[in-house]
Design a protein around this ligand. Structure first.
Ligand code: GAR
Length: 200
């Protein structure tokens, strides 16, 4: 199975969906480590699943460059085939991107290129869109700009608040992420300029 390192900062429900998938028979990937940048439920979920976790907090380093080196070194130790950022709320550094170029997958709670950044769900609500969704994409040096691997639309309902809409999106994200990682682990992706495609 493909070796996956998951980076997370939050509740880790996306991480959990991958954990649950990877323990099922025939899933073509397994999580070899979880990396966090703060104390969070994602680290607790890793512990509960018996998966090693490392904590590389930005404030524990002199600057972003040193943090980037530490994060890259920590992830490299586990020799991942794929890195998944599942609610990791930090921008990855150049060294990390170089080390795992083309092998970092992010999930974003909006239909990119609409609403990139850290407040995608709130921004979509504020804009008044009737349809938003989930995007799984490869990470490049921009913020949520990398080649798109999969997308699925989610309706915005009249009485939605941020939490309700985010939860509806996450239900889709969990399934999409598990599906994309399985496909990448078995068949990989091709890309032609901006356009990436999972080989099915
Ligand atoms: C997910 O909705 C993910 O797409 C989002 O954080 C949530 C993490 O949920 N990521 C971003 O917004 C990254 N810019 P979780 O902590 O329950 O897995």
């Amino acid at each position: 199975p493909a070796r996956v390192v998951v980076l997370a900062s939050g509740t880790g429900s996306l991480l959990q969906s991958l954990v649950d998938a990877t323990v099922t028979e025939n899933y073509p990937a397994r999580i070899v480590a979880v990396g966090v940048d703060r104390d969070c439920d994602a680290a607790r979920r890793a512990d509960e699943a018996g998966i090693p976790h490392f904590r590389i907090g930005l404030r524990d380093y002199a600057d972003r460059a040193e943090w980037d080196v530490a994060l890259t070194d920590a992830a490299s130790t586990f020799e991942p085939d794929l890195v998944v950022t599942a609610g990791f709320m930090k921008i990855l550094g150049g060294r990390f991107l170089d080390a795992f170029a083309g092998r970092i997958v992010n999930t974003h709670p909006a239909l990119l290129p609409s609403f990139p950044g850290a407040h995608a769900v709130r921004d979509a609500l504020d804009h008044g869109v009737k349809l938003t969704g989930s995007t799984v994409h490869l990470v490049d040096s921009g913020v949520d700009t990398g080649p798109i691997l999969a997308q699925e639309a989610v309706p915005v309902l009249d009485d939605d608040d941020e939490a309700a809409l985010h939860e509806r999106i996450k239900t889709v994200e969990r399934r999409l992420l598990v599906d994309v990682i399985a496909a990448m682990a078995t068949t990989g992706v091709t890309s032609d300029g901006r356009k990436a495609q999972i080989i099915r």
